[in-house]
Design a protein around this ligand. Structure first.
Ligand SMILES: NC(=O)c1ccc[n+]([C@@H]2O[C@H](COP(=O)([O-])OP(=O)(O)OC[C@H]3O[C@@H](n4cnc5c(N)ncnc54)[C@H](O)[C@@H]3O)[C@@H](O)[C@H]2O)c1
Length: 261
């Protein structure tokens, strides 16, 4: 039986991208509540700073850095600052993402495809690329990538987004296979529809509003309701923590049973 500590990630240093709202914010809050020092990063400075303030007000350790994950040099600079300040990076949660245009493959433009991939695919690449050298040096770490059920399955909407999330699934497996010898674990979470600002924006325009959106979007789930951000954050916490010390390369659906049917 291992010794219990004050929190499930006590003493660890965590970076969360896209942490100003939604599931990134929920993950940052939960990691902080379980004892990590959390660096929240996002392109939304007011919301990101407010999220970090709220964590500190609740007794957690957190600060905010402005960061666009599609900017490789900026990612490298922020990670370097975090190591200068905290000494290490134990946990990286690559959560920042955008959904892009709802178009089928034959209507997508190159500019739309590139803009989406710059954030959803390259954002994960840059985050990982610049964290791995520190993790190798310190002898390990845990990376959790946000994919989607649509990084495992297709449907008839948002073609570019679903292909991008498929790339995140494969980046996760590739990096898990590559970096295990350094004690670095890499896993992905795959939510179905979770009620976050991203989804609220889509649902608001839906005929019949959010109730109709929820009914349609949960038709193929066993648990017929939208998810809550903290329900995904608990999966992130598990994969980030030493409780998952023998878990790598896993694609964890947190989806109300969508992929079970
Ligand atoms: N909400 C869902 O139903 C759902 C389902 C499956 C997967 N996901 C994925 O989960 C992750 C979080 O989604 P969410 O619903 O919480 O989204 P959200 O829109 O509520 O929050 C996303 C955050 O990412 C930030 N962001 C956007 N572009 C950025 C960039 N270039 N650099 C840094 N930050 C940036 C935004 O400012 C925002 O704070 C995303 O990767 C999303 O694709 C969401």
């Amino acid at each position: 039986m291992s010794t219990l500590t004050a929190g499930r990630v006590a003493g660890k240093v965590a970076i969360v991208t896209g942490a100003a709202m939604g599931m990134g914010r929920a993950s940052a809050e939960l990691l902080a509540r379980e004892g990590a020092a959390v660096v929240l990063t996002d392109i939304d400075a007011p919301e990101g700073a407010a999220a970090a303030d709220a964590i500190r007000a609740a007794g957690g350790r957190a600060d905010f850095r402005l960061l666009d994950v599609s900017d490789e040099a900026a990612v490298a600079a922020v990670w370097s600052d975090v190591v200068a300040e905290h000494g290490r990076i134990d946990i990286l949660v690559n959560c920042a993402g955008v959904i892009g245009p709802d178009k089928p493959t034959h209507e997508i433009t190159e500019a739309e495809w590139d803009a989406l991939f710059a954030i959803d695919v390259k954002g994960v690449l840059w985050g990982t690329k610049h964290a791995v050298p520190y993790m190798i040096e310190q002898g390990g770490g845990s990376i959790v990538n946000f994919s989607s059920i649509y990084g495992l399955l297709g449907n008839d909407e948002f073609s570019a987004y679903h292909v991008a999330k498929g790339a995140v699934t494969m980046q996760t497996r590739q990096d898990a296979a590559t970096y295990g010898r350094h004690g670095i674990r890499v896993n992905s979470v795959h939510p179905s529809t979770v009620l976050t600002p991203l989804v609220e924006g889509i649902a608001a325009d839906y005929p019949g509003g959010i109730a109709a959106y929820e009914a349609v979007n949960t038709t193929h789930q066993s648990l017929r309701r939208l998810g809550r951000p903290e329900e995904v954050a608990y999966g992130v916490l598990y994969l980030a923590s030493d409780e998952a010390s023998w878990v790598t390369g896993v694609a964890l659906p947190i989806d109300g049973g969508y992929t079970a049917r």
